[in-house]
Each structure stands twice: as C-alpha cells, then as structure tokens.
Unconditional design. Structure first.
Length: 348
C-alpha cells in the first residue's frame, strides 16, 4: 500500500508491507532523499534476551513511504562481549557527516551490566555502510553518557548533547574527526534524580535559536517532554515548559522524543519524531510510575506500593509504533499538538 499522510501512533509499514524498524533513530537528508535509521527491534519480544538486531535504514523522497535499505550496522552474534551483541543494550544511533574527512560517523549508546553507559563510535565512507568500529567503551569526559544527540554547525564544528546519567545534560565539543570529545563542555538542567533528569535529547535550530526537546527518565514508560531554547550551542538554555500542554495524560501522547528535523522546501515545518515504545500499555497513569521511579532513586521519597502498577509491562518493542507530529511555534516556544492524521502539503 502507498501512504499519502501521517497517522501518528498507527502501525507504519515499509514499501514491502513490513513494520518499520528504526527506533530511537534519526532522519538524515542527502541529495533529495531522506534516510531514516534506528534500532532494529524486529526480534525484541521482551522475553528472549534480544535487545536489538543491528541498525536498520530506510529511504524516502516523500516522507510517507519508506524503502528498506537493510541493516547498515549488523549485530555481532558470535561475540557476547561485543557492544553490538544482540543482548547488549545498544540505543539511539546518531550519524553525522564530516565534510573534512569524507566520513559518516555513527555514535551508539551502550549500557553495561553495572548500568554505567559508554559510547561506541563507528565510521563509514557511505551512509549505508559498511561501518568500521573506531572506539568502544568510551566514557566522554570520564562520564557515564546516556541518551544523546549529535549536531553539526555550518562551519563544520560538531557538538554532542548527552545525559550525564541520572544527573544533568552535557553539551560537549567533538574533535575535528567527530570520533571523540575535545574536553570543552557545558552543563545544563541539573536534577536530583530520575524521573526529573532529562534524557532523549533532540537538538534543532530555528531562526538562529538552538532548541532542545528532552524527556524525563522513566525507561520505556512515557513522560512529559520539555522545551528549552538558547542563543548559542552551549547556552545557557532557558527552560520554557511542557511541549505537549494539551496532553492530559502527561505522557507526550504516550511517546518519547527521538529527533527533530526540518522538511526541505518548507518555510517553517519541523517534524518531531517519537517512539511509542509500549502501545499496549497506554492505560497506565504517569502519576503512578513517576512515584515509582522517585522511590527507586530519591531517598526522601516515600516507599512505593508496586501493586498500584498492576501487571509489569512486557517490553515487546518489536511492536513499538511511531508518533510523528509537526511542531507549532508561538514566539520562541515550541509546542506539539495531537493530530489523528496530517499532511506535509498542508504547510507552506
């Protein structure tokens, strides 16, 4: 079937009629074609110990219909110690292009058994690979680095926004080859503990302003997205409030932000891409599991009665869906409103 509109939260199939598997991913535009890549969760049923099956990429010229370009970074099945082994918690790939070196540079977040989080860096001569592993076990600035985004300035300098796990957000300058950090960084959004610590950082620029959309830290359970804006890459960032003010569930429409990109040829159309990780768990109340996470990390929080949660969620991310919505701007503030269906053609 061919799509002619976006239908947020509904099952989205590729041109071969299969579920799109590009979770926690991003969109890359090159030579008239969009490339959407992310975690391949086709085998991640929440019970078999498979967290991912590599990084899969899709291509499209209209943003509605996506052709499967295959697995561009395959899992390493034979080595349980590899950061790309299917059992390893590999999340949120981000790829940027380095004009100076001619390399595509991919960063991955890897969670270790002790729950510390390190980075793996790969490079390739082509967006679709093959990719060569350059660094593993990288703790940028000596920090445990969680969810992140990468961004390249017009002058070619690159920046790395990441969650310093359970603490704050860091903006770090990347080296000229984009495979490491220089040591220069700034800190933002300090928080005492989850769920208030910010993660899932998505950076974009509009009218000379730098925006960061971030989620709270509640695992696959969704929570309120927040908007922040600054005049420079390193801020300071001003927190503007909830991005989804009309969402009474306080779950960002039961989704978590993954990236934001501008539609080519449109005057002011930015699309916020998000994952609906647990489509079968949309009855759950954010207020309840917010207290659950506070009780885990905050010694001052009251003990949490886990029976309030009901049955634990089975994190069958192979059936996770996507929520793509346009961003509405009111002055500096970026809002995301719910739409059952919408079209690019309705925007200038």
């Amino acid at each position: 079937m061919a799509y002619h509109s976006f239908r947020p939260g509904q099952i989205w199939l590729d041109t071969e009629g299969k579920r799109i598997q590009a979770h926690g991913g991003s969109v890359f535009y090159e030579n008239g074609t969009y490339y959407w890549y992310g975690e391949n969760k086709e085998k991640s049923d929440g019970r078999n110990g498979i967290w991912h099956w590599g990084i899969r990429c899709y291509s499209s010229r209209d943003l509605y219909n996506w052709k499967d370009e295959g697995i561009i970074i395959p899992p390493v099945e034979e080595d349980p110690l590899s950061p790309l082994h299917p059992s390893r918690c590999m999340d949120r790939p981000h790829i940027i292009y380095n004009k100076r070196t001619g390399k595509y540079v991919c960063w991955l977040k890897i969670m270790n058994e002790d729950f510390s989080q390190a980075s793996t860096v790969l490079t390739a001569d082509n967006l679709l690979g093959p990719y060569t592993m350059i660094r593993t076990g990288l703790y940028p600035l000596g920090m445990s680095a969680g969810d992140f985004d990468l961004a390249v300035a017009e002058d070619g300098k690159a920046y790395y926004y990441f969650e310093r796990v359970h603490s704050e957000t860091i903006c770090a300058d990347l080296t000229e080859d984009y495979t490491n950090v220089t040591g220069y960084y700034s800190t933002h959004f300090p928080r005492k503990c989850p769920p208030d610590v910010r993660e899932a950082t998505a950076h974009f620029m509009r009218k000379g302003k730098h925006y960061l959309l971030t989620s709270g830290t509640t695992g696959y359970y969704p929570n309120p997205t927040e908007t922040a804006v600054a005049d420079t890459w390193h801020g300071p960032y001003r927190e503007l409030g909830c991005t989804h003010p009309d969402d009474e569930t306080k779950t960002s429409f039961h989704s978590q932000i993954s990236c934001v990109f501008k539609v080519q040829g449109k005057k002011d159309l930015f699309i916020a891409c998000a994952d609906r990780w647990l489509p079968r768990e949309m009855y759950r109340d954010y207020k309840v599991y917010r207290e659950m996470f506070r009780s885990q990390f905050d010694g001052d929080a009251p003990d949490f009665d886990e029976t309030l949660m009901g049955e634990p969620a089975v994190e069958n991310t192979s059936i996770a869906d996507y929520v793509w919505l346009p961003i509405r701007f009111d002055g500096e503030m970026a809002y995301i409103d719910w739409k059952d269906e919408w079209k690019i053609e309705d925007y200038e």
